[in-house]
Each structure stands twice: as C-alpha cells, then as structure tokens.
Design a protein around this ligand. Structure first.
Ligand code: HEC
Length: 294
C-alpha cells in the first residue's frame, strides 16, 4: 500500500488529468466524495466516456450469466485521475437500494474492474435495466482465482451512484470494533460482519441501508434468534442464488458479536465507537517526590 501511495504521488506530479474534475451537478451520473482533495466531484455520462476504457468478461452473481462488460477502467482512474488524500485505502461503492461495497484499493489495482455502461455491446440500461446505468463489474470469467474469493460476489454493485474514498480503519474498522473484554467468538464475528453483512446493514452509523441498522438489535430484540434467521438470509436477501449461507459456527460468532456491541452501546452509548483515549495519570495519582539520592 505504501508503494502504491508513492506511485500515486509520482503519477499525480506528472499528470494533471484530475484538474479537469469539477464539483457535482444535478444531472451527473456519478459522484465522488470522501478522502479526495478538493472534492466532492461529479461526472456526467460524457465525462465518463472520456476516461480510459476496457472490456472484460465476467459473471454478475445476481444474473449468473457470463457477458462482456465495457466501461471506465478503474485502476488508471484511481491511480492518475483522482487526488486521493492520505490514508484513503478503500473505495465504497454506493449502489441502488442502499447497498454499499467496501472494496480495498488493492483489489481494484490487482483485479482491474470496470464501471460498466455496456453489456455485450449494448447500453447497460437496455441490456440489463436492473444493473444500470453503471455496474461495478469484475473479470471473474478471465481470472478464475477471483471467483473463489468469498468477498468477490459482494463486490458486484448494481446502479453505482456514488464512490466514497476513505481509510478502512476509520470506517469499517470503527463500525466493527470489538468492545474491550469481548470473547474470542465475538471477535471472529466482527470479521464475519465486515465481510458478509456490512454491505446491507449499518453498525454504529456505517454500512449499507438495504436492511435495518443492527447496532442495538441485541437490546431491542433480545429474543430474536439470529442464528436461525441466518440459516436462510444471504441468498434470498441478496438475490444471488449461489450465495452460500453462513456456516452455523460463523452465524454463532456474528450473533455473539452483535450481542456485545448492543450491550456496550447500552451501557455507554459512544464509548466503544472511539479508539481508547491515551492513558493519562488520574488526578489523584501520587506524584513521586523529586529524587534526592546521593
Ligand atoms: C443483501 C443484503 C443483506 C445482507 C448481505 C445481509 N442482510 Fe440482514 N437483512 C437484510 C434485509 C433486507 C433485512 C430486512 C428484511 C428481513 O428481516 O429479512 C434484513 C434483516 C436482518 C435481521 C433482522 C433485523 C430485525 O430487526 O428484525 C438481522 C438480525 C440480520 N438481517 C442480520 C444479518 C447479518 C448478521 C448479516 C451478515 C451475516 C446479514 N444480515 C446480511 C439484508 C441483508
């Protein structure tokens, strides 16, 4: 990531493509915000058409059919096009219906997705109205390794309206912080949440809004059997027929995590959202007398 940052600065110094970026307008197709210098920016269909393009073969997990997707190639846009601010290591793709995929910039650089506006040579809005006008599409039919990454299916985003840049730690990391003293099971559950739930559910004010916020679930619905609910949840809610449901152990972990989050929040609402304050001596701390040694 550090090398990436250095390359990025070098690219910025030699390239002024981003100086053409402008503030958002009502007719824009895409908005870019968050950790970008002088942002937010807006891009119209015409602006998007001027970006470097590429075509890839991929399988939208919701449709399940392989197709050729063409659109703005994201690695050059992120590398040379956008004045990213320090610490931005994640792109949040906000799509239709309140869905948000948190994609590490590393994954974008390595897998080279496109912001597709065409499918099999036709405008996406015609070929697949539910995916358009912009679809975050991945070359999983060309790079078979991609399909085996369990996060990958969540990275396909339909109807992308907004890309927000930010540091993972301050966003997903903060939302899924484990309260002090939580069990190992709850700790594992925080990872499960970040990978499989965050895109649809908010926690501590961050995440998707396809489903309800879950921060206070454990105190508001203490009798809800989360493990039973999760036995058939991901596939029906996402519309991805092949999305495997969580294994019972992972469902237990995420249920344990949601319980401790709710309890921590109930005791001290803001407490667990922030990183711990630096340790200060308490007011009553005995100050040792100046050393008077021979
Ligand atoms: C593709 C979107 C999506 C994903 C991914 C998803 N959910 Fe949901 N979830 C929903 C929607 C929509 C609802 C509301 C409808 C319903 O209750 O089924 C919901 C409801 C819930 C509820 C019931 C909340 C209540 O107040 O009754 C719980 C608990 C829940 N989800 C937990 C999870 C957990 C834990 C994960 C991750 C393992 C997860 N969900 C992943 C969309 C999603």
């Amino acid at each position: 990531m550090r090398t990436f940052g250095v390359l990025l600065l070098a690219a910025l110094a030699s390239c002024s493509a981003w100086s053409k970026l402008r503030p958002p307008a009502a007719s824009d197709l895409l908005r870019i915000e968050g950790h970008v210098d002088r942002g937010p920016f807006g891009l119209s269909a015409a602006d998007l058409a001027k970006l470097e393009r590429r075509t890839l073969r991929g399988v939208d997990p919701r449709g399940g059919r392989e197709a050729a997707y063409a659109g703005a190639s994201l690695p050059p846009f992120f590398n040379e096009g956008l004045p990213l601010l320090r610490g931005a290591d994640t792109a949040f793709f906000h799509g239709r219906g309140g869905y948000v995929a948190a994609v590490p910039l590393n994954a974008i650089r390595q897998s080279q997705p496109v912001l597709a506006d065409q499918m099999d040579g036709k405008p996406l809005a015609e070929a697949s109205p539910e995916s358009g006008p912009l679809l975050l599409a991945w070359p999983d039919a060309e790079a078979p390794g991609l399909g085996t990454d369990s996060r990958q299916r969540w990275y396909w985003v339909r109807g992308v309206e907004r890309i927000e840049l930010g540091p993972w730690q301050e966003t997903v990391g903060r939302a899924t912080r484990v309260p002090l003293g939580a069990s190992g099971e709850a700790r594992l559950g925080a990872d499960v949440f970040a990978r499989q739930c965050f895109q649809c559910h908010r926690l501590r004010g961050r995440g998707g809004v396809v489903g309800p916020e879950l921060t206070r679930l454990g105190v508001e619905k203490p009798d809800l059997d989360v493990v039973a609910l999760l036995a058939s949840h991901l596939a029906p809610r996402s519309g991805i027929p092949g999305a495997p449901e969580l294994a019972p152990a992972a469902a237990q972990q995420v249920a344990a995590f949601l319980k401790v989050v709710a309890r921590a929040g109930a005791d001290r609402p803001e407490d667990e959202v922030r990183p711990p304050a630096p340790r200060q001596p308490s007011p009553g701390y005995p100050v040792p007398p100046p050393a008077s040694r021979p």
